[in-house]
Design a protein around this ligand. Structure first.
Ligand SMILES: O=C(O)CCC(=O)C(=O)O
Length: 300
């Protein structure tokens, strides 16, 4: 009968350290879990604990200025030709053959309207650079839009100047390489057959400089048609059978304020044959676009 009593006291002796050990370990676990929650919130979850502490500790204004400070990007020191601000361009690479990039919302709509207002006062039938043997008569159906040339300084509203600077920043090509803007209006049925912007010397004779890139700023939406087309995009349709009026290949729908940049020369300076492009006929509405041709050398 003594055994049970002995057994009970051993159980009591054994239990006390076990209970103590259990208490300590659960305390430790609790601390560790708490620390983990503060140190590493799950991916995508807000850092609630520190956020709440911050809110308790600072006023609304202080919090706003703290947050602005946190999101303010670092501006690096610049040289004379650099910029002391960050520019932001939303762009989509449309193609590498040719190199074509679309800049969304490149220019505010009010500036587009100012440019149209200025250009429409002095429109004339669009011209063409003629190749050996060509005349105005033989080429009259190639480009049927109206247009005018405008230099930035001719626009007292400053819109063209603003666009010219933005193009220079987006392309990293100095303003001095740019020709005056060629502002074009296409009415229903008007178009520009596919062509190259570079001047091939075997067709046009020796050139002092070459058009290396073109920047098209769409000044209006077009209800239907009027796309800028690249029929040879990615080397398609280059077997010699292409009809230069056919509206095929990569097509870019004009959208007021968007900019389209494409290169006519490859990085080694040779002609990019895939840069053939034109304007599909407008089917409904009107198309306004300002073209800036960019040369491989300063021209002013
Ligand atoms: O109007 C367009 O979309 C194309 C204009 C063009 O090809 C040009 O100005 O060289």
């Amino acid at each position: 009968m003594a055994r049970p009593r002995e057994k009970t006291s051993r159980v009591v002796k054994l239990k006390l350290p076990v209970v103590l050990a259990l208490c300590c370990s659960s305390l430790l676990c609790g601390l560790l879990i708490g620390q983990r929650q503060v140190a590493s919130p799950a991916v995508g979850q807000p850092h609630e604990y520190s956020g709440r502490r911050k809110l308790e500790a600072v006023s609304e204004e202080q919090l706003a200025s703290l947050q602005a400070e946190e999101t303010k990007p670092e501006i690096l020191p610049v040289t004379d030709t650099g910029r002391t601000y960050l520019s932001r361009f939303d762009y989509q690479v449309l193609s590498f053959k040719p190199r074509a990039v679309l800049f969304r919302n490149f220019t505010p709509p009010e500036k587009c309207d100012e440019i149209v207002k200025l250009a429409e006062k002095q429109l004339a039938p669009s011209g063409l650079a003629l190749r050996k043997g060509e005349t105005d008569e033989t080429t009259k159906d190639i480009r049927t839009s109206s247009g005018t040339f405008l230099a930035a300084h001719q626009d007292v509203t400053g819109s063209l100047d603003w666009v010219e600077r933005a193009i220079s920043e987006a392309t990293m090509i100095p303003i001095e390489h740019g020709e005056a803007f060629n502002v074009l209006r296409y009415e229903i049925g008007q178009k520009y057959n596919s062509h190259y912007d570079y001047f091939a010397t075997d067709e046009y004779g020796p050139q002092d400089s070459q058009r290396m890139a073109s920047f098209l700023l769409y000044l209006s939406d077009v209800e239907e048609g009027g796309e800028t087309m690249f029929p040879y995009e990615n080397g398609e349709n280059m077997d010699g059978g292409y009809d230069f009026q056919a509206c095929i290949g990569l097509k870019v729908k004009p959208r007021k304020g968007d900019g389209l940049l494409f290169y006519s020369l490859t990085p080694n300076g040779s002609y990019d044959k895939t840069s053939l492009h034109g304007s599909c006929p407008v089917v409904r509405g009107q198309k306004w676009v300002a073209t800036k041709w960019i040369r491989d050398k300063p021209i002013r």
